[in-house]
Design a protein around this ligand. Structure first.
Ligand code: OOG
Ligand code: MG
Length: 260
């Protein structure tokens, strides 16, 4: 790790998110931001949210599909946190609290048991999962023009901003997660279709990657947490009046509406 001031950049991103004001990417100001530095900033950012009264609802992956990797120009999965205050229960994303939000479908694992260690497999994930539900994530990069490098987006908690979790769900072994279908519809137009296999071949393997990433840092995924496996299709802008619906083959439908 370098001499980068992690708490400074965490505060920078915290202020950007809470003030809904975009900021310049860190790598435009710092030459040598390593992946370890970026996760250290992310950890310090989470601490700021927790110190501000938030709690932890779960964790997430990003950039686990070819569609997303190509859209964002970053070719590696990333890991982040889901603070409780980002979980919205009325399906409304308030745009005055956000910068330039986009929405994307998510396959969400609700854990019934902890997942710890560094050798977690997709099978272990299915064993530890209570239910799989559909969701929509609202992402909102804190960076200008929604543009970033790998380490910028890691530091920025992988653009996490809001999430809507569906209330229909299935047991993890009651469906084939590889052929689970998702149709993403924005303002009545289908903008993307995919199956679960779009997520690095298997959504459960994605969650295993996240568990192993945390395991390396002495952390674990915890029972009761929600885990987003990553969007299987492109994210779309969420503006005032935008209505986005993700329709899943076995998980019902989830809708988010953008409101001024
Ligand atoms: C990074 C977050 C990606 C996903 O599901 O791929 C993500 C971004 O696209 O801003 O959450
Ligand atoms: Mg996502």
């Amino acid at each position: 790790m370098t001499s980068i001031d992690h708490s400074h950049w965490a505060q920078y991103l915290f202020d950007s998110a809470t003030g809904a004001r975009e900021v310049q990417a860190i790598t435009k100001q710092v030459d040598d931001l390593s992946i370890d530095d970026a996760y250290a900033i992310q950890a310090a950012l989470l601490e700021l949210h927790l110190a501000n009264g938030d709690s932890l609802a779960g964790a997430k992956l990003g950039l686990t599909s070819a569609a997303k990797q190509e859209q964002m120009g970053v070719a590696e999965p990333v890991y982040g946190w889901v603070p409780e205050a980002t979980v919205i229960t009325d399906g409304i994303a308030r745009l005055d609290e956000l910068i330039h939000p986009r929405c994307e479908p998510e396959i969400v694992f609700i854990l019934g048991e902890d997942l710890a260690g560094t050798n977690v497999t997709g099978d272990d994930v299915l064993d530890a999962t209570a239910r799989v539900v559909g969701g929509i994530e609202v992402i909102d990069s804190r960076y200008e023009a929604f543009s970033f490098t790998l380490t910028d987006v890691i530091a920025d908690n992988t653009s996490a901003a809001r999430v809507v979790i569906g209330d229909e769900g299935v047991g993890p072994r009651d469906v084939d997660l590889l052929t689970l279908g998702c149709v993403f519809e924005v303002d009545g137009k289908i903008t993307g279709t995919a199956t679960g296999a779009a997520l690095l071949g298997d959504p459960a393997d994605c969650v295993a990657l996240l568990a192993n990433h945390l395991g390396k840092h002495g952390q674990k995924l915890e029972a009761g947490w929600i885990i987003m496996a990553g969007a299987p299709v492109d994210a779309r802008p969420l503006g005032a009046g935008t209505v986005a619906t993700a329709r899943y083959s076995h998980l019902g439908s989830v809708t988010v509406t953008g409101k001024d």
